[in-house]
Write a protein that binds this ligand. Structure first.
Ligand code: MV4
Length: 461
């Protein structure tokens, strides 16, 4: 089956660059789209063609479906790669592509819709015997239903928005007397944030790891997983560091969570690349959390240990080709870590946009930098603050940590503040070094920093 002749990339930044690179290596022509403030961006420079699709505000450019479809039509692009964020998990966009006879590089609109309806996905997978955290059966509509459920599952509970995901619209309830008001507030917030007030409830698990499994599936029913990623190092639901394999994962555990991911994907008739997210408690119990129907920011760490180019697989699958690999051919080698480098103040995590006066990324064996930044580039204030992903690969976890420290030391970015100093601190943390950490690692880090500064203030003996 022939690959596409030309693909439009409906995204910006490092992921647009990543996708254009894959297209070039496959001999596919590329069309970049950009907003007015992005006209001098790297993705525009390296694409074969580019189209301005609107002003800076993403609502009028990177989320502007008619403008993007017109750009594809005037440039004769046969397919659109949505990257992550923006329109990547918008089932209406996937549908609109199909109507315009353009291939959307991703799962079917139906799969995207189910993935976006967290209560529905949970319900479907629970019925198929995939473990989910004890909680509601589908969406909960009334306070009375929530109260009845609380008798069964007990406190603490966590209220989540069906249309939320990634931690948005969540609320922890410690005891009965908080429930009624929390439910009402959460409903109102979900309606305002997502245009959908539907909620679901789970038992709140206090000490968890966030572990996700990369899957790829073709249009013929072949499906494989490429192992797990540990994304437990996060702050306010923003992932900061990801690693593969998970330091806590044994071969037996990998088989178990991988099989669950494949069963979950099959239950959703999954095609193309996707991620099944689980939470794992301190006893190693696995619970399905949500499914991400897009390529993820952290996909490179899986590429580094599996040797599979996930973007190229996505393109090949969308053009009708079979998976290039069977499960028994998947061999995971070594250890990979990714640090997300944001244009932010490393102490306050507030945005730090502006002109990069000097940009010199690290190099050498085992180092990969996915970025669209360069010396002289101005980071605009309108978009996500992530400006680079620093990825290292080594034979062992310990060597990967050493390599990451070395790489961070020689990553020079001047003119703006970045989170590089913060990353160095996390890599020194004894719990990170041991690989014995949960999603509360960053809170523990800032607590220990506060008590240290108290000591210097003379508040402790
Ligand atoms: C949970 C949880 C505990 N129990 N679900 C889901 C999305 C992810 N970004 C955060 N999620 C969580 N889901 C159950 N049943 C804990 C988290 C969680 C969290 C929750 C509230 C505040 C901060 C958090 C940090 C990491 C994980």
């Amino acid at each position: 089956m022939k690959l596409f002749k030309k693909i439009l990339i409906a995204n910006r930044g490092e992921i647009a660059v990543r996708i254009i690179r894959a297209c070039k290596e496959l001999g596919i022509k590329t069309v970049a789209v950009h907003s007015t403030v992005d006209r001098s961006s790297l993705h525009v420079k390296i694409a074969d063609e580019s189209v301005c699709i609107g002003p800076a505000h993403s609502k009028h450019s990177y989320l502007n479906i008619p403008a993007i479809l017109s750009a594809a039509e005037i440039t004769d692009a046969e397919a659109i790669h949505p990257g992550y964020g923006f329109l990547s998990e918008n089932n209406h966009f996937a549908e609109a592509c199909a109507t315009s006879n353009i291939t959307f590089i991703g799962p079917s609109p139906d799969t995207i819709r189910i993935g976006g309806d967290k209560a529905k996905a949970r319900q479907i997978l629970k019925k198929k015997g995939i473990p989910v955290v004890p909680g509601s059966e589908g969406p909960l509509l009334t306070i009375e239903e929530a109260q009845k459920l609380s008798k069964k599952i007990g406190f603490p509970m966590i209220i989540k928005a069906s249309a939320g995901g990634g931690g948005r619209g969540m609320r922890i309830i410690k005891e009965e007397n908080e429930l009624a008001s929390a439910f009402t507030i959460a409903q109102r917030e979900a309606l305002a944030a997502f245009g959908n007030s539907e909620l679901y409830i789970e038992r709140y698990l206090p000490q968890i790891k966030h572990i996700e499994v990369q899957i790829i599936a073709d249009n013929k029913g072949n499906i494989v997983h490429l192992g797990e990623r540990d994304c437990s190092v996060q702050r306010r639901h923003q992932k900061l560091i990801e690693e593969a394999p998970s330091p806590f994962c044994t071969e037996a555990f990998r088989k178990k969570i991988g099989d669950l991911a494949i069963r979950a994907a099959k239950a959703m008739k999954y095609t193309n690349a996707g991620t099944i997210e689980f939470i794992v408690d301190a006893d190693g119990n696995i619970y399905f959390m949500e499914v991400n129907t897009r390529v993820q920011v952290e996909h490179p760490i899986t590429e580094e240990i599996s040797g599979v180019d996930i973007i190229k697989e996505q393109i090949k699958i969308a053009s009708g080709q079979n998976l290039s690999i069977k499960q028994n051919q998947v061999k995971l080698n070594g250890h990979a870590i990714e640090c997300r480098i944001n244009a932010e103040d490393p102490d306050k995590f507030t945005p730090s946009p502006g002109k990069i006066t000097f940009f010199s990324p690290p190099g050498g064996p085992g180092i990969r930098v996915d970025t669209s930044a360069f010396t002289g580039y101005t980071v605009p204030p309108q978009y996500d603050s992530m400006i680079a992903k620093l990825i290292v690969r080594a034979d062992t976890r310990q060597e990967a940590i050493s390599k990451m420290k070395r790489a961070l030391d020689e990553f020079f970015i001047e003119g703006i503040k970045t989170t590089i100093p913060f990353m160095k601190k996390v890599l020194q943390h004894p719990l990170f070094i041991k690989g014995n950490y949960y999603t509360n690692l960053i809170e523990q880090l800032s607590q220990s920093e506060n008590s240290q500064s108290n000591n210097t203030n003379g508040n402790s003996p």
